[in-house]
Design a protein around this ligand. Sequence first.
Ligand SMILES: Nc1ncnc2c1ncn2[C@@H]1O[C@H](COP(=O)(O)OP(=O)(O)OP(=O)(O)O)[C@@H](O)[C@H]1O
Length: 360
Amino acid sequence: MIELDVAFRLDRGNFTLDAAFTAPGIGITALFGRSGCGKTSILRCVAGLERASGHCRLDGETWQDDAEDIFLETHRRPIGYVFQEASLFSHLSVRRNLQYGMRRVPATERQIDFDEVVDLLGIRAHLDRNPSGLSGGERQRVSIARALLTSPRLLLMDEPLSALDHTSKQDILPYLERLHDNLRIPVLYVSHSPDEVARLADRIVLMREGQVQAVGPAIEILSRLDLPLAQDTEASALVEGHVRDHDDAYELSRIEIPGGTLTMGRLDRASGDRVRLRIHARDVSIAVGEPERSSILNVLPARVLEMHEIDRSHLLVKLCTAGEPHPPLLARITRYSRDRLKLEPGQEVFAQVKAVALMD
Ligand SMILES: Nc1ncnc2c1ncn2[C@@H]1O[C@H](COP(=O)(O)OP(=O)(O)OP(=O)(O)O)[C@@H](O)[C@H]1O
């Protein structure tokens, strides 16, 4: 299995980076943390743009190892780098910009097909245009395509959506999800947006003041009550399941998850397809008896695992559904409700899920 293995130490006077982690050679690993915690510094060290002490290896190939005095220069590392703002040549058409990246790689070593990338990122209609006439989101899609066409073995993305407005962000996210599903290039993705991380990440490296605070599968890190992602107002849990069937009369789909069935607006998926769903903590409420005659369709038997107060009036409750492997759910409720329901860890309850969103 291809794996990224890094350990960096860098002293900058009032900031010290001291971070080590491994990431699988497939899927998106998000580097998440507050501004100034060292996320970009890690990308720069992986790219060889900055020299920390430590090591950096991909799939057993060493790009840096101080013990052996190895340090590959940036142009010798097979990486693609996408920055916050698209940096395209304004005197070249989109097509020429893309070809520029591609020509850096000998034809025999090209892993990625021009047409495939152009279609995945939906930029075919823009090929003969000049980048300066494109919207921010379109320019960023071209930048991603250009990085991919260099056939990188690792894609580094530094807050690629942060310069875009909310609508452009929402427009571009499905393209990133398509890349994730269609290409086998591992991605290190820097973000400080819990929403982006929940939508895109398979694995999360949580950073705090130059150090790795936690690392693990996104499903696990998002629902750890002791970590900031669960304490955010956008806190959510990810649940994996498969499409059971569709209800044509009511335009609904039923999704089988461990421990129950979720009903949601009709999905354009076939029965049996695997899906990843996101459930916000604010959309989950708790009942101690099975609710009857409720408009909420999704009621799952669950058990209280732990509780964490997030402010003077609210707390987060981590629940697990009954089925193996006990996917966690988060519920944001008031302290008043906890006391009224006399909730305690270990208690059997019912989770009422008001809204479910499809992730992939
Ligand atoms: N070239 C530099 N010289 C000195 N200090 C720097 C340099 N670049 C970054 N820093 C400092 O190093 C620390 C980490 O910066 P870094 O850009 O890696 O953080 P970040 O988590 O990516 O932040 P953001 O989300 O705001 O981009 C910060 O305190 C920053 O001020």
